[in-house]
Design a protein. Structure first.
Length: 90
């Protein structure tokens, strides 16, 4: 049960993070006010790592920033480990 809820949370966060990254890319193209990097990184760290990384690749956003890559890899690993732990524990 806990693993299922966490998995749903990860999916919802990933979709939301993807939308925010894509929106920020469009804002950048139009010269509008941007989403702060700390918001993008926080969304990815707190559940949306797969969506954030997918957006980086798909809409080519923040691909030159090494710390975005590093945070996404770390976040994907901790989120996968937490999901496995929940599956095995509960």
């Amino acid at each position: 049960m806990a693993a299922g809820i966490f998995a749903i949370y990860l999916v919802v966060m990933s979709v939301a993070t993807y939308v925010v990254y894509a929106s920020d890319k469009q804002r950048a193209k139009r010269g509008e006010r941007r989403v702060p990097e700390k918001v993008l990184l926080s969304l990815s760290f707190f559940g949306g790592a797969i969506g954030g990384y997918w957006a980086m690749r798909r809409v080519r956003h923040k691909t030159k920033k090494w710390y975005f890559h590093a945070l996404h890899i770390f976040s994907i690993l901790w989120q996968a480990a937490a999901l496995v732990w929940l599956i095995l524990t509960f």
